[in-house]
Design a protein around this ligand. Structure first.
Ligand code: C5P
Length: 227
């Protein structure tokens, strides 16, 4: 059995991380959430007034990139990795709307992407990793043995995010969530630097009508064929 790299890209909130996490667990691989890194940079920008009201001060953020350290640490209780920004756990905060509504503009900045991609490639150099994001199969690991491109309709995705937040006791209107999902799709797909697009050799997984077990089963089969 050889170790492989599995790249999972796709639109916002279509369940990439769920599939990626389960796949990593089944295979005994590392799971890396590349979106969490862009979210952590965005939180740094918000905290230092380098972003706000939907705007980002690109030059000011670029000038301070070397002050940002992002790590993932295992939570022994949940068995999941959590995101740390300059030594502090920011896992909860990076999932909130202020970060969600500024992360796509932050992720258009070339210097930000270069810094993140370098770190992502270093974490995958020994293979045995599942990474999800927008440019994993196209830019970060163009030679990944398995590339999956996930998608689902915006309404299905917004509904899932809505249910997820509601289960956590947070209230946000369905319309606001749908708007955020559609805004991020538009910015992520339209940007000049590493736009979200399907790699030529990626397999499509449209999960609008597939449950979690079916998705995992499908992905596991594809992975094992390549090991
Ligand atoms: O995956 P997640 O939705 O947490 O990602 C948040 C945002 O980070 C995306 O909307 C996108 O703008 C950006 N991103 C990216 N490249 C990645 C992962 C995320 O540009 N590899």
């Amino acid at each position: 059995n050889k170790k492989i790299v599995i790249a999972i890209d796709g639109h916002s909130s279509c369940g990439k991380s769920t599939v990626a996490k389960q796949l990593a667990k089944q295979l005994g691989y590392i799971y890396l959430d590349s979106g969490a890194m862009y979210r952590a940079v965005t939180l740094f920008a918000l905290r230092h007034q380098l972003a706000g009201n939907g705007k980002v001060n690109e030059q000011a953020l670029i000038a301070r990139l070397d002050e940002i350290t992002i790590e993932f640490r295992l939570n022994e209780t949940t068995g999941e990795n959590e995101t740390f920004l300059n030594g502090a756990n920011v896992e909860e905060e990076i999932r909130q709307l202020p970060v969600a509504s500024h992360v796509s503009p932050v992720a258009t900045i070339r210097e930000v992407r270069e810094a993140m991609v370098q770190q992502q490639q270093a974490m995958g150099k020994n293979k045995g990793i599942v990474m999800d994001g927008r440019d994993i199969g196209t830019v970060v690991f163009p030679d990944a043995e398995l590339k999956i491109f996930m998608t689902a309709s915006p309404e299905v995705r917004a509904q899932r995010r809505y249910d997820e937040l509601k289960a956590k006791g947070q209230t946000m209107s369905f319309e606001d969530i749908l708007k955020n999902v559609e805004d991020r799709d538009r910015i992520d797909s339209g940007r000049k630097e590493s736009p979200l697009k399907q790699a030529d050799d990626a397999l499509i997984l449209d999960n609008s009508y597939l449950n979690r077990e079916e998705q995992l089963e499908w992905a596991l089969t594809k992975a094992k064929e390549r090991m």
